[in-house]
Design a protein around this ligand. Structure first.
Ligand code: NAD
Ligand code: GLY
Length: 360
């Protein structure tokens, strides 16, 4: 089965990608020597659909396992919810050899990862991502976080998982819109690092959109390979890792200004990628034809390409200034130089940013 190794000093871990591996979680944890007391953290829908298989597998492998649920949606990523989970872990007498299993999408992964990073100053956790976005991005790389009322992911920690189990069969129940939002991140990997992946996404769109398991395994595998390479080279985002933020500067601002409710994260990233490509073309860094290729691929996956007309360029600019990625008040963009390569830390004149945000 495809297994990718994220090799980091003292904390390397495998990403297992296959059909049906969720029900082998217990054996996988044996293989990688993980502890015997486990708290699975999930949300009610995912816990009901996939929890029994995971719990049975953990118990069959001799583990004591309990299920803890958090409310669905981004609203669960709070310090209050984290505190409630700490209390539950303490009630279960979880110790330093105990393990948290995050079963769900990126929300559950970020929250459970943050709890694992901070409970007893850090315990092991296993990511079992069940959305495409979480399988190709959020479950890999060790970024964990909760939100504050003033902004997303403002409190967090780098804490790498001990194991990632990506069961593509779980994607069969994913709503099509969520699948497409995850595909925006796969398109991102094509633009930042792999022109062949980009071409393939165009050629195989029908199989991808039909959630063909073999095609999805390949896409998840290639995405995780790229992410793993980047994280191995720059775990703490001191440089190269910023390439993963392609499309996210405008994307995050659009998400924030639409209240994190109208657009899914991947949809906002799709808009941000087209905006970044247009900036690059205006600056003469990217052939105009490549903007067209990107836009066509994004449209093929029925993802948005335009900033919502209700959002004023000025408001987006202001929100981007508050972003974590801003350095000394200077906006930084990741801009493509061709399909398959990007440059980080690009300072773009405000007039160019405004023109692009206004639809130019
Ligand atoms: P999500 O976790 O909210 O999941 C989306 C929806 O899908 C939820 O309603 C969930 O209940 C449902 N769901 C999950 N698995 C399902 C399945 N198999 N079948 C049917 N429904 C299912 O959203 P997401 O897009 O997975 O993650 C978004 C979050 O990830 C954001 O909080 C974002 O900040 C975070 N994120 C983190 C990183 C990182 O590196 N840590 C990277 C990208 C995004
Ligand atoms: N999702 C961006 C990163 O992990 O760095």
């Amino acid at each position: 089965m495809p297994t990718i190794k994220v090799t980091l000093p003292g904390r390397s871990y495998p990403i297992v990608i296959e059909r049906g591996v969720l029900e082998e979680s217990g054996r996988s944890m044996d293989t990688y020597g993980l502890g015997h007391k486990v708290a699975v953290i999930s949300n009610p829908w995912v816990a009901e659909r996939y929890g029994p298989g995971v719990l049975a597998s953990l118990r069959a492998a001799g583990r004591r396992a309990a299920m803890l649920t958090v409310p669905p949606g981004e609203g669960a990523k709070t310090l209050g919810e984290a505190e409630r989970l700490y209390m539950e872990l303490a009630r279960l007498r979880m110790d330093r050899r105990s393990v948290v299993v995050a079963l769900g999408g990126g929300v559950v992964g970020d929250l459970a990862g943050f709890v694992a990073a901070t409970y007893l100053r850090g315990i092991d956790y296993v990511q079992v991502p069940t959305t495409l976005l979480a399988q190709v991005d959020a479950s890999v790389g060790g970024k964990t976080a909760v939100d504050l009322p003033v902004g997303k992911n403002l409190v967090g920690a780098f804490h790498q998982p001990s194991l990632v189990i990506a069961d593509v069969d779980t994607l069969a129940t994913l709503p099509p819109r969520e699948l497409r939002a995850g595909l925006a991140e796969v398109i991102k990997y094509g633009v930042i690092a792999d022109a062949a992946l980009f071409v393939r996404l165009g050629e195989e769109a029908e199989a991808v959109l039909a959630a063909d398991p073999a095609t999805l395994i390949d896409l998840v595998q290639r995405s995780c390979e790229i992410k793993a390479e980047v994280v191995i080279a720059d775990e703490r985002e001191t440089g190269l890792r910023a390439i993963l933020n392609f499309g996210h500067t405008v994307g995050h601002a659009v998400e924030a200004l639409t209240g994190y409710s109208t657009l899914l994260h991947g949809e906002a990233v799709a808009i941000g990628m087209v905006a970044a490509a247009r900036m690059a073309a205006r600056l003469g860094m990217l052939p105009a034809a490549d903007v067209g290729h990107l836009r066509t691929l994004i449209e093929r996956y029925a993802l948005p390409t335009e900033v919502p007309s209700a959002l004023a360029p000025e408001a987006i600019l202001e929100t981007m200034q508050l972003d974590k990625k801003t350095r000394d008040g200077q906006l930084q963009f990741v801009l493509p130089t061709r399909i398959g390569a990007v440059e980080i830390g690009c300072a773009v004149p405000e007039a160019v940013v405004r023109a692009v945000l206004a639809g130019g």
